[in-house]
Design a binder for this molecule. Structure first.
Ligand SMILES: [Zn+2]
Length: 190
């Protein structure tokens, strides 16, 4: 088993691009990862960029699970799983039709509220354009209905992972692991 100092010695002459490539893969030990980060920081690679590269699937998964099991950023309560949810909207008039999908990071109950609102809106204002309003309204109402009756999967959705990945990558941090703020995340998606 090699220590961090061994890795520092081994990697000190390795090109930065090669080190970045290795950092982007998942199979490094913690000591190897720490050594590479230290060398690259000394060579002037910026921390936000390093964080973007050093983004293992495990790290993204851990943050996504912490968000899912935390308090809902909307109601601030623990009422089940927090996920990235969608509500679907359509309104139309004559030949003009507008479709929109909104994202919400919230618990199932807060998500349901958005879906009921969206379905009511579609039923009132979706029908009045031809042909897309007339054809699209039942589709959007059903899309909201499926969100309401759908069950949360055991694993974080791909959309939530992408959100976590983007935010971890964008954060300039002095420490590699930091909890994401669910309220900030929710603001960024809605
Ligand atoms: Zn909630």
């Amino acid at each position: 088993m090699y220590s961090k100092e061994d890795y520092l010695r081994n990697f000190c002459r390795t090109e930065s691009q090669v080190l970045l490539d290795r950092l982007a893969k998942n199979e490094l030990t913690d000591d190897a990862r720490a050594a590479i980060r230290e060398l690259l920081t000394e060579r002037g690679v910026s921390l936000p960029y390093l964080e973007t590269v050093d983004m293992t699937d495990e790290k993204v998964h851990a943050h996504a699970m912490a968000l899912r099991n935390g308090a809902c950023p909307r109601c601030r309560r623990h009422r089940g799983i927090v996920e990235l949810r969608s509500s679907h909207w359509v309104w139309s008039a004559l030949v003009f039709t507008r479709f929109k999908t909104e994202k919400h990071l919230c618990c199932h109950k807060c998500g349901n509220r958005e879906n009921f609102k969206a379905a009511g809106f579609c039923l009132l204002l979706g029908w009045w354009g031809f042909p897309f309003g007339l054809l699209g309204t039942p589709y959007m109402v059903l899309a909201n209905f499926f969100q309401i009756v759908g069950r949360d999967r055991l694993e974080p959705s791909d959309a939530l992972r992408d959100l976590v990945r983007r935010h971890l990558g964008g954060m300039a941090r002095s420490r590699p692991v930091q909890l994401l703020d669910p309220v900030e995340l929710e603001k960024s998606v809605s």
